[in-house]
Design a protein around this ligand. Structure first.
Ligand code: BGC
Length: 739
């Protein structure tokens, strides 16, 4: 441990953190290649079974009562250890983007401490927009360190459900609509967390793709779609990152609750994928005693009174309804996690929370996540030699995002808002004036049928003030979008509309100042066609963590060249998206995934529906050219790895990062496939004028499909096209090969 003294503060920083940061800087400037079956930092993959002999001796020495006590929460965020043997309780914490504040032991009430702050890291969709698994790893290490400092054993993240509906309330927590992108980021994140001695917990297993009716909805999905779209991020987390814990989702699949789903938990997760850790229920998501116990749930959480896996389970074992072997196996899994996260005697490190280093990691993620959607006449970056009066408009310029709405938040020590970021980065080079423009207000009445919905009424006084400011400024930057009340756990958005009268506001501002830049502070798709054409430039800046405002300001003034790419499609209209087009959302008791594997861009491409912004899209201040696509062979066998390369050149006058994307299109296939599918990607940094040959590796095994006749992966031989481009709809070079 190193002791670093900064003005007014004393921080203890692990050597490893410093090394990580140094790597971060090199990640920034080096060429990395990520494709399926070939990934980011190795991490230390602990063998969770290495303590099994010791664990079996412990189990032999335990009473049934002691064992049962471990199988349910003994507080809202803890489950029992074995006091008699000095084995501590397991302490859990939310969540995916920062360590949650401390809650009272048996309730959701805050303890109102002043010692439980943490770094607010960019949320899932922001991380996904970086397309950078190395950065996900780094983020994981920082989260792991903060969790450990706060005395936690299990971090309840990453959240890796696929974005099936663009209105999904938790889209901000998830990593987009593509299984490969989600898998690669999840693997990086988990390795980072676990390398710091804390267990990650992948959630929500599985098919928790909507918040509406999440506590009762029954998902009906075909086997192939489940295997090819919804399970791969979970499978990768287990097979490649050796994740220690898994959270069962609230919903049902094919009539059976995920927390008692024999196929999901016992057959697929534990048997087929070889998962050795523990399965925890989502909070309050357990529905039975015997079924849950026998079908694979290990720890029940969020049932403060009369848990199913407490006294009822004890009685069930005594009555011979649950074999003792099943109980022992659960205790074994819990102890595996206990001994894998840290040796019981190890004292927790102090002071590795909210450090400047973690702030830098939050900044790196934020700065690589921001997506430039439009930049007409190169209005961006803002030229501070010419622009002297800047109007900053919109509530989101000052709205904080670390908490809000329902669900996990972070009590962050600081959060740089966009306005604060701009003011500090611009300094005295230009005047920056702010007008709120709209109010973030909600209504709940008969019309909204008891739901809390955004109030879209324009606040004329606020609007007038903003219009006047814009009229008298050289440029206007509107901060529109959603916030944590609009995008929230436990409900989905009613539509993709900009809330709070923002369409009217944008139109009014643009009409008095055509040099208007629209920054969307939002973490999910939005309907934008009515304001897209009139805005001079548009960006999306996500729920971007403690350093979000600094990163955004750096992009706006050009210190950072934007390089984020969309992790999901923005449809022109909500009804263009699959679940809405097929009227399968929200379902009532059943959500039928009739679109099959045509989720996100797979649907838009295959059905030839033009979206507003495609998956993978994102502009830069420079331009990249792609040429000379090559493969190492024309024909491949089933065990081969395809080496595919392309010449990438930075054609512009400044350094920039490009995310090279590899898609596969099948020719003359007998099997049904989406038009194209992402099979690899690589974030590349190039200086002005520089060119590089970028190689991606694609194992042929990753081209298999799930054959429902044999219930296994199968390779279809034939011709296919390897397509490389800058987004799913901007393919630049194509090469045919044969399998
Ligand atoms: C959420 C989980 C979360 C848990 C504990 C549930 O409502 O679905 O993601 O980890 O609460 O806060």
């Amino acid at each position: 441990m190193l002791r670093i003294i900064l003005p007014g503060n004393c921080y203890f920083i692990r050597k490893t953190t410093l090394i990580s940061l140094m790597t971060a800087v090199s990640v920034f400037s080096s060429v990395r290649v990520f494709s399926q079956g070939h990934s980011q930092p190795e991490g230390t993959l602990k063998d969770m079974t290495s303590n099994d002999t010791k664990i079996d001796l412990i189990i032999k020495d335990m009473s049934l009562v002691e064992k049962i006590a471990m199988l349910h929460g003994n507080g809202m965020f803890s489950s029992a250890g074995i006091k008699r043997l000095g084995i501590p309780d397991i302490k859990y914490t939310d969540g995916p983007f920062g360590i949650r504040e401390e809650l009272e032991k048996n309730s959701w009430n805050s303890m109102k401490l002043t010692t439980d702050s943490a770094t607010f890291f960019p949320t899932g969709s922001a991380l996904a927009a970086t397309w950078n698994p190395d950065l996900a790893y780094l983020l994981g290490t920082a989260l792991g360190e903060e969790a450990k400092t706060r005395g936690k054993d299990v971090l309840l993240g990453p959240a890796i459900n696929i974005t099936r509906i663009p209105t999904g309330g938790r889209t901000y927590e998830y990593m987009g609509e593509d299984p490969l992108l989600s898998a690669r980021l999840a693997v990086g994140y988990i390795k980072g967390v676990q390398d710091r001695g804390v267990a990650a917990c992948i959630k929500h297993f599985a098919l928790n793709n909507q918040e509406t009716n999440r506590g009762r909805v029954n998902v009906i999905v075909d086997e192939r779609t489940m295997r090819e779209i919804y399970l791969p991020p979970f499978e990768a987390a287990i097979r490649e990152a050796n994740v220690f814990t898994v959270m069962a989702a609230y919903n049902k699949i094919a009539g059976s609750w995920c927390s008692e789903n024999e196929i999901l938990l016992n057959q697929i997760l534990k048997k087929e994928w070889g998962f050795k850790g523990l399965v925890v229920s989502d909070w309050g998501g357990t529905h039975s005693t015997v079924k849950a116990a026998v079908n694979g749930l290990d720890v029940e959480m969020g049932t403060p009174r009369d848990p199913y896996m407490g006294k009822f389970l004890l009685d069930s074992v005594n009555a011979g309804l649950v074999p003792i072997g099943v109980i022992n196996e659960k205790v074994r899994r819990i102890l595996r996690v206990r001994f894998s996260v840290d040796p019981v005697s190890e004292t927790k490190p102090a002071g590795i929370v909210s450090t400047p280093e973690h702030g830098k990691i939050a900044y790196l993620v934020a700065s690589q996540s921001i997506v430039l959607l439009k930049n007409s006449e190169h209005i961006l970056p803002i030229d501070l030699n010419k622009v002297k009066k800047i109007a900053v408009i919109g509530d989101n310029a000052t709205h904080k995002l670390a908490s809000g709405g329902f669900g996990a938040g972070v009590k962050t020590r600081y959060e740089i808002t966009p306005l604060a970021g701009l003011k500090s980065k611009i300094g005295n080079k230009a005047s920056v004036k702010f007008a709120q423009g709209y109010r973030s207000a909600f209504i709940m009445n008969q019309q909204s049928r008891g739901r809390r919905l955004p109030n879209d009424q324009v606040d004329t006084a606020l609007l007038k003030e903003a219009v006047d400011l814009a009229r008298n400024s050289d440029i206007a930057i509107i901060f529109a979008g959603t916030n944590r009340e609009v995008e929230t756990e436990a409900s989905d958005r009613p539509d993709l509309k900009l809330p709070f009268g923002q369409y009217e506001m944008i139109k009014a501002i643009v009409s008095v100042n055509p040099r208007t830049i629209v920054v969307l502070v939002a973490a999910a798709p939005l309907e934008l066609s009515s304001v897209f054409n009139s805005s001079a430039a548009m960006l999306i800046s996500w729920f971007n963590g403690s350093e979000g405002g600094n990163a955004l300001a750096d992009v706006l003034i050009g210190t950072v060249n934007p390089s984020g790419k969309l992790p999901f499609t923005f449809p022109l209209a909500l009804n263009d998206s699959p679940a809405y087009a097929l009227e399968t959302f929200p379902g009532d008791n059943n959500a039928e995934y009739k679109e099959g594997s045509l989720v996100g861009y797979r649907w838009f491409d295959t059905k030839k529906i033009k979206p507003l912004f495609s998956f993978g899209f994102g502009l830069s201040y420079t331009e990249f050219s792609y040429s000379e696509i090559k493969t190492d062979k024309p024909k491949y066998g089933k065990d081969d790895k395809i080496q595919i390369s392309v010449e990438l050149k930075n054609m512009g006058k400044q350094k920039g990062d490009e995310v090279v994307q590899l898609y596969v299109h099948r020719l003359n296939s007998q099997i049904e496939w989406p038009e194209k599918e992402l099979k690899g990607f690589s974030r590349v940094s190039l200086k002005a004028g520089e060119s590089k040959r970028i190689t991606l590796t694609l194992p042929v095994s990753q081209l298999r499909y799930w054959d429902t006749k044999i219930h296994d992966w199968k390779l279809e031989r034939g011709k296919l096209q390897l397509m490389i481009g800058s987004s799913s709809s901007d393919i630049r070079v194509v090469k045919s090969i044969e399998i």
